[in-house]
Design a protein around this ligand. Structure first.
Ligand SMILES: Nc1nc2c(ncn2[C@@H]2O[C@H](COP(=O)(O)OP(=O)(O)OP(=O)(O)O)[C@@H](O)[C@H]2O)c(=O)[nH]1
Ligand SMILES: [Mg+2]
Length: 468
């Protein structure tokens, strides 16, 4: 069944596009992780927009993510929420210190004590207790926009505030703004994580958000860590290194670009365009992202790339479900056209082929108009029950992105998150089977039934993606 509210929002997006103004994105930074990644994202966007030869690009990007204060400062269209003050005050101070942009004077809310890595504490206690004040902050930012493109939230799934309060606030926003797009960026924990109940928090976050959000964009800390060590050659990887990679990837998706419908002026609504390209059915809304090239600035200075080479690697990353160009399995191939549905399904699993619902390719930089993207249009990459014409979209922009002469980003709605999702659910279930730590949740009002409902919801999602 297709959820009608999806279509209402998408139609709304199309009518909005008739007018020429750029639209703005309201960003919500939640908990430690959301606030740290959010700060990096605004830094990347601002640095990138200030590069050479990009007047219109800069104008469009600034309208999207910043507004000008009465004193002429560039202010991020962002609301910062955490239950403890440290991370927020650091983010605010670092932004001001940049001298280029800052956060709004009153656009933050914090308390003295965090949610103790407990989703139930965030969702059942802190969320409802501070609902009104956080909603008012968001409303102020929304009212400041001439035209709202959508709400973009950032948070981790493993802690208590980002995951619990973030889910609660998303629920409030869905009620308050039923016609607005909501895209949630979620950071998934390290598999061998530092929080014992991280898989419980992840299961509760994902199952609830799946019903509220228009799409869920996932970054796995393990994957980004590997990118830092193998591609960026960083010896002692800090959380800031990880966040820079995530911010680079997010920026490459959110900065201005031309679309097929808008080939001569930058597309107005990055969130709406992204969702209408990638989420055609409410059962499938898990998005992953990979990009190429990604390397340290030292190596970048001596490297030359061409579009055919970059796109060949990126396509193989897609079909073999690799998140980075190193270690791609080149033996994985696209199933041949002649195989029957049942047969191809078995083969697909054997060969590790990653089947897609939809892909969005974003190309930025030099000679972008010469890049040939046909390899991503192959119907065999996609589920047969969707029209391939709607499965693949591409955006491009001749402006170089964040210091990379050429850069390609692929945002995918595919099976590639199945394995990590399955791992999270399995580990949570193993703990739940002995009811370990469940009492820490029931004391805040989350029942065993609630857990079981969450497991059932995620099993359903796993099953849907498995049978693509
Ligand atoms: N990539 C990345 N992951 C982070 C960052 N900070 C925390 N994490 C991850 O997020 C999870 C912990 O969540 P936090 O965001 O610290 O928790 P919180 O939302 O502040 O919630 P409480 O502290 O429980 O109130 C762990 O999986 C960490 O690995 C960050 O800056 N970047
Ligand atoms: Mg915290």
């Amino acid at each position: 069944m297709v959820c009608s509210c999806h279509y209402i929002r998408f139609n709304h997006c199309l009518t909005e596009q008739v007018k020429p103004e750029d639209m703005s994105v309201i960003t919500l930074q939640l908990g430690q992780c959301g606030n740290q990644i959010g700060h990096e994202l605004f830094t990347v966007i601002n640095d990138d927009s200030n590069g050479p030869n990009r007047k219109k690009y800069k104008q469009c990007s600034e309208e999207r993510f910043f507004y000008e204060s009465s004193t002429g400062d560039l202010v991020a269209r962002s609301v910062l929420v955490d239950m403890e003050p440290k991370v927020i005050s650091q983010a605010i101070a670092k932004a001001s210190k940049s001298g280029r942009w800052r956060y709004g004077d009153k656009a933050h809310f914090c308390q003295k004590q965090g949610s103790g890595n407990n989703w139930a504490n965030g969702f059942c206690v802190h969320g409802p207790r501070h609902e009104e004040v956080v909603e008012n902050l968001i409303r102020t930012e929304i009212e400041r926009c001439d035209r709202l493109a959508g709400i973009f939230t950032m948070m981790s799934v493993a802690g208590g505030t980002g995951s619990g309060v973030g889910t609660y606030i998303t629920q409030c926003l869905r009620d308050l703004y039923p016609q607005s797009f909501i895209l949630n960026q979620l950071t998934w924990p390290y598999g061998a994580g530092e929080v014992i109940v991280q898989n419980y928090n992840s299961v509760l976050t994902l199952s609830h958000l799946y019903q509220l959000s228009d799409a869920i964009l996932v970054h796995e800390n393990d994957t980004v860590h590997k990118i830092c060590s193998r591609l960026m050659n960083i010896q002692h990887i800090s959380i800031s290194d990880i966040n820079k990679v995530i911010a680079h990837q997010l920026g490459s998706m959110l900065q201005p670009a031309y679309t097929a419908d808008s080939p001569s002026h930058y597309s107005r609504n990055p969130i709406g365009e992204l969702l209408s390209s990638l989420v055609c059915h409410p059962e499938y809304k898990l998005l992953s992202l990979c990009n190429i090239p990604q390397m340290s600035s030292t190596y970048l200075a001596y490297s030359v790339f061409n579009w055919p080479g970059l796109l060949k690697h990126l396509r193989q990353m897609l079909i073999a479900s690799a998140r980075m160009e190193e270690g791609i399995d080149w033996t994985v191939s696209v199933p041949s056209a002649g195989t029957s549905a049942g047969e191809s399904m078995t083969n697909i699993r054997h060969r590790g082929f990653n089947s897609s619902i939809a892909n969005l390719l974003i190309l930025r930089g030099k000679d972008v108009s010469t890049a040939v993207t046909d390899g991503f249009k192959d119907p065999a990459l996609y589920v047969p029950w969707l029209n391939t014409k709607n499965s693949f979209s591409s955006w491009n922009c001749p402006v170089t992105f964040n210091g990379y002469e050429k850069s390609a980003t692929l945002v995918s709605n595919s099976q590639s998150l199945l394995k990590p999702l399955d791992n999270i659910v399995r580990k949570a279930w193993n703990m739940f089977a002995s009811r370990a730590y469940v009492q820490q949740y029931t004391k805040f009002g989350i029942t065993e039934e609630d857990f079981l409902d969450s497991f059932t919801a995620l099993e359903q999602i796993i099953s849907s993606y498995t049978h693509l």
